[in-house]
Design a protein around this ligand. Structure first.
Ligand code: 13P
Length: 287
């Protein structure tokens, strides 16, 4: 069932768990994540970066594929199709393409411009029943060419953006995309607590979910994080399983070269890591 992410995340805040956003790149990724959500009776958010959207030939293709797959696979758990780190233009494209949720990443604009653009998009999204995420304090690391320095968000700025009526808010608390460096200082829970104090029950989003230790994830959830984004970890699981298949020479046996066989171990591996994350986040049986 394709829905906006608002209700599932408000429920998550109330129930002190988090819903995973897993980024998709193609049909295999989408199938693996949707079936895992259904098998575990968990709500789920499919994240699509602008780069992944382009890769899949455009947001319309993505929306059509996801909607058809939900129907063909009888997926009854709540699914949100969400633009990840959207530009201003990207948000409009996804709204038109039939996404149920968007993120407007205005974190690189001066705060006044971020406010003005966010405000406009909140109005447009809500008229159409689409949920919207905003970001304060850029997330470090690199994702599809979007590079951030890993800032700690200013709690007052968070409050300012939260008051615009966004449905959930990503706030930088030392998290970064991709693998964490050896000398990473960890999440800044003091900053998170201060932000939470000012924004109340608005669901908080933790980007860069790959590689954050389980105890930090649990603490973040206890402090109001209700959406956790995971991308790189699915890619690494897919890569490792695919490498094993080739290295074992399986592609040379019989019809092992058939793409449906070649991509199967990677697809199964994504299912394993997605389930693990759903367990850690506490979203199983919360559909
Ligand atoms: P990772 O790639 O580090 O898991 O981050 C994903 C993310 O935050 C998507 O917005």
């Amino acid at each position: 069932m394709l829905v906006s992410a608002t209700e599932m995340l408000n429920k998550a805040v109330a129930g002190k768990y988090a819903v995973g956003q897993f980024n998709i790149n193609n049909l295999e990724w989408t199938k693996a994540i949707l079936t895992t959500a259904q098998e575990n009776n968990s709500p789920v958010i499919l994240g699509v970066s602008e780069g992944a959207g382009k890769y899949m030939t455009g947001f319309k293709t993505v929306a059509a594929m996801v909607k058809a797959m939900i129907e063909e696979l009888n997926i009854t758990v709540p699914v949100a199709l969400h633009l990840d780190h959207g530009s201003y233009d990207g948000c409009y494209k996804c709204i038109e393409a039939g996404f149920s949720s968007v993120m407007f990443d205005g974190s690189h604009f001066p705060i006044d411009e971020n406010v003005a653009k966010t405000q406009e998009l909140v109005k447009v999204c809500h008229e159409k029943g689409i949920s919207i995420e905003a970001e304060v304090g850029s997330i470090g690391g690199e994702e599809d060419g979007v590079v951030g320095a890993g800032e700690i968000a200013d709690p007052q700025e968070c409050k300012k953006i939260a008051d615009l009526g966004v449905d959930f808010l990503a706030a930088g608390i030392g998290n970064i995309h991709g693998k964490y460096p050896e000398n990473w200082k960890g999440l800044d829970f003091d900053a998170l607590a201060k932000i939470k104090e000012l924004i109340g029950d608005l669901p908080l989003v933790l980007h860069g979910g790959t590689g954050i230790p389980a105890d930090m994830i649990k603490t973040a959830i206890s402090l109001g994080v209700a959406k956790i984004n995971v991308n790189t970890e699915c890619q690494l699981y897919f890569q490792e399983a695919t490498r094993k298949y080739i290295e074992a020479g399986k592609d040379l046996e019989g019809k092992g070269f058939d793409p449906r066989k070649l991509l199967a171990p990677g697809t199964e591996a994504i299912k394993v890591i997605v389930k693990e994350k759903m367990e850690l986040f506490g979203s199983i049986n919360k559909a």
